[in-house]
Design a protein around this ligand. Structure first.
Ligand code: SPV
Ligand code: MN
Length: 632
């Protein structure tokens, strides 16, 4: 059985690659690689181990094959995704589900298993012809730890392979050491960029498909390059992990992991945070003076009864728009250095340097970008003016380049003990900048499940539409939303001291439509939360939780930001808006009912009670309740 593909593989691999593969003594690995070697039919296959030579080889190939170009700083490269391949393709990302389960998966974008499988095999047949493919082994989370999920990636995109070496921990050795009983437990990703045009971008984006099989932990991704579509370890693995965690009672969340640092009190307090795209997630994880562990995906497990988290990744695939010396000094400084960075979909000027939106630097009037040769004023086929760079242009970079990395948390095989969780949405008129939930369940149902935002350029389609975004995780929740929400509640309630849950909203607007605080105000909100965890501040009650006292915020703004925070601003920002909150909860209910007709009644009962409580408050105190007026 295991020898089935040996002859074929030997014709497509060097002796060294073949030996690396067979040394793993893993029939399932051989079957996976063999099957797709035959089916996708690449000209050659290179097998990577964890060596520096292989990491270098992959980068060199990305350049040699033309998917990346070297920039003025020779350690930096540029990769372009096709003009129509600039974000995650939600429409063509589908779960393959057995016929009998299709009905209760209908809220997810799903497709009948047999139909999906036949379609993806048809699309992928011979798709790698004439191309060189690569096989890599990775780990989600640290290797050889209770969090580890081993993964194998087979791709014909050296840009994808290069990105993954930056973004994840190489785990050939981990595979090598796997005990026999574990040998079939890993995720499999097969990817092809498909035919490439003269700019090395995918030609057949109409045939772009990302089909997921959560039963067998395999994802098929065809005819794309944008990392959110192509990189198995990122959002595909996340969907598989969410499904697995739902069955096993742990959590995979779309969250950063960071440490809030109180220098004076010598305290380090770990927070995780979920914010929909463009709602302040990375900037919170990167608040100056704090420490970052990860910026996108966390696993939570109960370890000896403690709520512990790891960053699943090793690097960051960050939005570059608005990264500038003033707002994001640490990242900006790193992007300016001659070190390994892949820029994607930015403008490359005549000086062979990258430029992007909100860079705070005068861009050149011409260059090359995701559109091709670019000049100011150039229009695309639809007559739309092409900006200097795409709004979802990105940088791919190791996290340990950052001075503010929390090495201890980043390396910890048992993860870090999480004490606070932040859920941050984007709204201009309803939720306060920071509010604490009295307990875990309230936090999940009032803060996490009710998150809302506006669409951004990170997904294809219209921008600027207000959307529900429970746990900021909706795109990746791979089993029914109601069950996922219950699993969130149960997991937190199963550990002894679950983290405190706080909501954030950095986007409240004043009467004149301007934001009320500076971008760095998030530091004050964070340190209020940090202090609360350590029993330091009193709080005022609202119908949905607890908010800061003015005097504490005044002091926090002074200490951390040297800013004067006025009592008027405080009163405006922390006013409770009854009707708007009731509307928000009604939207949440309607959304859950739409997304998951089977969602348990207890969720709706909870929201109805919350609405009744707010209604009673409205009757007693009026629609707008100033901080301190509400007495519970
Ligand atoms: C996100 O959109 O949440 C990202 C980028 O982190 S992507 O890889 O496209 O998912
Ligand atoms: Mn993300």
């Amino acid at each position: 059985m295991t020898e089935k593909y040996d002859t074929l593989l030997k014709t497509k691999m060097s002796k060294a690659s073949f030996e690396k593969l067979t040394a793993l003594k893993n029939p399932k690995v051989m079957e996976f690689v063999g099957f797709f070697a035959e089916h996708c039919d690449p000209a050659s296959i290179y097998v990577c181990d964890d060596s520096a030579e292989d990491t270098k080889y992959v980068r060199d190939q990305a350049v040699a094959q033309g998917e990346e170009e070297i920039l003025a700083h020779p350690e930096q490269t540029i990769h372009w995704d096709g003009y129509g391949d600039q974000g995650r393709d939600k429409n063509n990302t589908r779960f393959m589900v057995a016929k009998e389960n299709l009905a209760n998966m209908k809220a997810l974008n799903s497709i009948d298993y047999d139909k999906g499988y036949a379609e993806i095999l048809e699309i992928s047949k011979g798709i790698m012809k004439g191309k060189d493919a690569v096989v890599q082994f990775f780990s989600e989370g640290p290797t050889e730890s209770p969090f580890t999920i081993p993964c194998i990636q087979f791709t014909d995109s050296w840009y994808v392979a290069h990105s993954e070496f930056i973004l994840y921990r190489s785990a050939y050795t981990h595979f090598f050491k796997m005990p026999d009983a574990e040998k079939d437990k890993f995720y499999r990703f097969i990817h092809s960029a498909g035919e490439l045009d003269d700019r090395n971008c995918t030609v057949h984006v109409d045939k772009r498909r990302i089909y997921m099989d959560t039963q067998n932990n395999i994802v098929y991704s065809m005819n794309n390059q944008y990392a959110g579509n192509s990189i198995g370890l990122k959002k595909h693995a996340m969907r598989l992990a969410i499904n697995q965690s739902g069955k096993e009672g742990w959590l995979c969340e779309h969250m950063f992991v960071m440490a809030a640092i109180d220098e004076k009190k010598k305290r380090k307090t770990y927070f995780c945070g979920a914010y929909p795209s463009a709602c302040g997630k990375t900037s919170t994880a990167m608040i100056p003076g704090e420490k970052i562990v990860g910026d996108d995906i966390a696993y939570f497990r109960s370890i000896n009864g403690e709520f512990r988290a790891v960053n699943v990744e090793f690097g960051m695939f960050g939005i570059i728009k608005d990264v500038n010396a003033k707002d994001d000094p640490v990242i900006f400084e790193n992007l300016m250095k001659n070190q390994e960075i892949i820029f994607s979909n930015v403008l490359i000027g005549p000086d062979n340097k990258p430029y992007w939106l909100g860079m705070g630097v005068e861009p050149p009037a011409e260059g090359r970008n995701h559109f091709g040769p670019w000049k100011k004023g150039v229009k695309d086929a639809k007559g739309k003016e092409v900006g200097i760079a795409h709004g979802n242009a990105r940088y791919t970079m190791r996290l340990d380049y950052l001075d503010n990395i929390d090495k201890e948390g980043f390396e910890a095989k048992l993860g870090v003990k999480v004490e606070g969780i932040l859920y941050g949405g984007r709204d201009s008129d309803t939720t306060v900048p920071v509010e604490e939930s009295p307990n875990w369940r309230d936090g999940i149902l009032l803060k996490a499940a009710t998150l809302e935002s506006e669409t951004t350029s990170a997904t294809l389609g219209a921008e600027g539409v207000r959307e529900p975004s429970p746990m900021a995780n909706l795109d990746f929740v791979s089993y029914p939303l109601g069950a996922y929400t219950i699993n969130n509640i149960k997991f937190g309630e199963s550990v002894e001291n679950p983290p405190r849950i706080f909501s954030n909203n950095y986007f409240m607007k004043g009467p004149d439509g301007d934001f009320m605080t500076s971008k760095l105000a998030k530091k004050a909100w964070l340190h209020w939360a940090e202090g609360r965890i350590h029993g330091e501040y009193q709080a005022l009650h609202t119908p949905t939780g607890m908010i800061p006292l003015y005097k504490d915020l005044k002091e926090l703004f002074k200490t951390h930001l040297n800013e004067d925070f006025s009592e008027e601003t405080y009163a405006y920002l922390f006013t409770f808006h009854c009707t708007k909150w009731i509307q928000k909860l009604e939207r949440t209910k309607a959304f859950y009912a739409k997304m998951d007709p089977e969602a348990p009644k207890e969720l709706f009962d909870y929201w109805d009670e919350a609405i009744a409580k707010i209604q009673a408050a409205k009757d007693k105190y009026g629609d707008e309740i100033k901080p301190g007026d509400y007495k519970g």
